[in-house]
Ligand binder design. Structure first.
Ligand SMILES: [Zn+2]
Length: 304
């Protein structure tokens, strides 16, 4: 009897390991996420400072002083410390300030490995992040780590300035950068996407409203973090090309759709109404089996 109970007890203990882990995705706003399967914690473009700048939309109730884009970008370490305690990896899509400017502080605080372009890792070296924490990539790499693997997907930046935007600058030498950088000195420095493979689920991440359609071939993500902001409307058939080329993912979560110059706690309902609800309706027609989940700031989406 005792043996039977022991066998029963051991097999009960073993049951949970035969199921794929839950995947939890917490939205920081902008293109920022914390994704974990319980084994590995991955941050994507974590930008929590949400600086108010002197250009672009602002809110009369946001009484913080506005930043001059030509003055040093300062991270809000209080808000970062409230929400980020642990990270194993940080994936950075490109080097604009709303993707990278909080990463020097977060990388030093957590010791997380950072994967990004040469411009991204050059900036991080200039900020004193140790070189053995940094992986410089250009797109096409497929790296295996303990409990986690990631394919780096070549991409392109959102078409800004009514499609006239193009910035070919890159940083290569950390000694030439004077720290802290200004918001304007956080240049794009090429753009990436990532196929992040967790226990049981693959997540395809975007940091822009643009992509190279042929690079989506065969990725078949379970979850797509889809760049859904206004600039995509200037691209040919963006929503349909994105949903179809990524294999009509089961779960699609819009990213980079909010006004990231407003602090947490301010309503983003206009953006939900004007960008996300129409996107959800479009996806329902293109791919009725895809579920579009609308994320809330600092809310966690749990996928079984
Ligand atoms: Zn950008």
């Amino acid at each position: 009897m005792r043996t039977l109970l022991t066998v029963l007890f051991i097999s009960m203990l073993a049951i949970p390991t035969s199921f794929a882990a839950e995947l939890k995705l917490k939205y920081f706003g902008a293109a920022g996420w914390e994704i974990t399967d319980g084994k590995v914690v991955v941050l994507v473009d974590p930008y929590l400072t949400r600086a108010k700048v002197t250009v672009g939309p602002s809110h009369p109730d946001d009484t913080r002083p506005a930043y001059d884009r030509n003055k040093a970008a300062v991270s809000d370490t209080k808000v970062i410390d409230e929400h980020i305690t642990k990270a194993d990896f940080i994936l950075v899509h490109h080097s604009h300030n709303d993707h990278l400017s909080d990463v020097p502080y977060i990388a030093k605080k957590t010791g997380a490995k950072v994967i990004g372009t040469e411009t991204t890792t050059t900036i991080l070296k200039a900020y004193g992040v140790p070189a053995d924490q940094l992986y410089t990539v250009r797109g096409g790499e497929d790296y295996q780590f303990e409990n986690f693997s990631v394919r780096v997907v070549p991409s392109i930046h959102s078409a800004l300035g009514e499609k006239h935007y193009y910035d070919s600058r890159e940083y290569k030498n950390p000694d030439e950068l004077e720290i802290p950088l200004t918001i304007n000195q956080f240049i794009e420095g090429r753009s990436l996407m990532f196929l992040a493979r967790f226990d049981g689920k693959n997540v395809l991440t975007m940091g822009s409203m643009n992509f190279i359609e042929r690079e989506m071939d065969g990725l078949n993500p379970d979850v797509l973090l889809a760049g859904i902001n206004g600039s995509r409307l200037g691209l040919y058939n963006y929503d349909e090309r994105l949903v179809r080329s990524t294999g009509m993912p089961k779960v699609i979560i819009p990213t980079h759709w909010d006004n990231f110059r407003l602090p947490y706690g301010f309503s983003q309902e206009d953006n939900v109404k004007n960008k996300l609800i129409p996107f959800k309706e479009t996806v329902a027609k293109i791919s009725p089996n895809s579920e579009v989940i609308i994320p809330q700031h600092l809310g966690t989406i749990t996928l079984k």
